[in-house]
Design a protein around this ligand. Structure first.
Ligand SMILES: [Zn+2]
Ligand SMILES: [Zn+2]
Length: 318
């Protein structure tokens, strides 16, 4: 399966500001030497070696992750604001134009995980079938509730695609487009589920955002270590720095340090830092990423765990 990130921000969509763009240009110009801009090739080389915070951005859209299965079927985890661009991309790939089907799976229904749904063009096209899965039994009612006329001009029934709902009881494994999918409840205000996706060849991807793991919960972490164990890719909620996580108990999120500890204990191969705080700019995200990598090499220098931060456009083959 191929995993693509369309929204990586937590809590609130966060547009980059004009001042931030200007600051990036200034910084890049300061770094460039005459040799770096001598030819197109030199410029290409210079730009591609800049940190992400200078050559691009981590992105401001909220939670939305696409799984493209090996049979070219689409499963979307959560419908944050990143979903709008994913809808357009599916249409431009020739998919979901009126005879196709795809799946959504919802971790929970906080705004930052459902707000893109009304801007997902494939939902408006008759003939499309959208299969909506969740460990929550009432996900249909929750999605309908955000589309009442006081909050949005269209109702859920005016989305012309066929919508089918399916409950995945926690702990049960179900097949979605050839992947074995199961859910596990995580600590988060109002409740939330992590999902595990396993291919027939055993390769495993786990999505675990909006999940609070802190020093207190580490004592009872055994069942979670079993659940995460051996994952090829683990996307994990790292909204806070370690210091912030000590102050924001019960806010429902984790830090990169805790995520790294858990990933090492669980023999995870790749940890993806996710659900970035809206207050973090791109430079801060570079430093969060570097600090997590440094922490890992201090705690487990010989462990092969890789750590990356999610950004819009990141693709990972599992
Ligand atoms: Zn969230
Ligand atoms: Zn949440």
């Amino acid at each position: 399966m191929l995993i693509r990130f369309w929204g990586v921000r937590g809590s609130l969509a966060t547009a980059i500001t004009a001042k931030q763009v200007e600051a990036k240009i200034r910084k890049v110009l300061e770094l460039a030497s005459p040799a770096d801009i001598l030819s197109r090739e030199a410029i290409e080389n210079f730009v591609s070696n800049l940190p992400l915070s200078l050559r691009g951005t981590y992105g401001g859209n909220t939670t939305c992750v696409e799984i493209q299965t090996s049979e070219n079927k689409t499963i979307v985890i959560d419908a944050g604001t990143g979903l709008r661009a994913l809808g357009n991309a599916l249409l431009s790939r020739g998919k979901m134009q009126g005879k196709d089907d795809m799946a959504f799976i919802f971790t929970h229904s906080h705004w930052d995980h459902i707000q893109g749904l009304m801007f997902f063009i494939p939902l408006f096209i008759p003939g499309n079938t959208i299969n909506i899965h969740s460990c929550f039994t009432d996900i249909e009612a929750r999605l309908r509730y955000q589309m009442v006329t006081t909050h949005f001009p269209l109702t859920f029934d005016e989305l012309n695609a066929t919508k089918k709902f399916n409950h995945i009881p926690e702990g049960e494994t179900q097949d979605i487009y050839g992947l074995s999918v199961s859910g596990k409840a995580v600590r988060h205000p109002g409740g939330c589920y992590s999902y595990k996706f396993k291919q027939p060849n055993g390769k495993t991807f786990i999505f675990c955002s909006d999940a609070e793991f802190n020093l207190e919960t580490l004592e009872d972490i055994g069942p979670y270590i079993d659940y995460f164990f051996g994952a090829d890719v683990l996307v994990f909620d790292t909204q806070y720095t370690f210091e912030e996580s000590l102050q924001k108990i019960d806010w429902g999120h984790s830090s990169a340090a805790i995520a790294t500890d858990i990933a090492i204990k669980s023999e995870v191969k790749k940890l993806v830092l996710y659900h970035h705080d809206p207050s973090y700019d791109d430079a801060k995200m570079d430093s969060v990423t570097l600090q997590a990598i440094k922490y890992k090499s201090m705690m487990a220098p010989n462990h092969p765990l890789q750590i990356v931060s999610a950004y819009e456009g990141l693709e990972i083959e599992v």
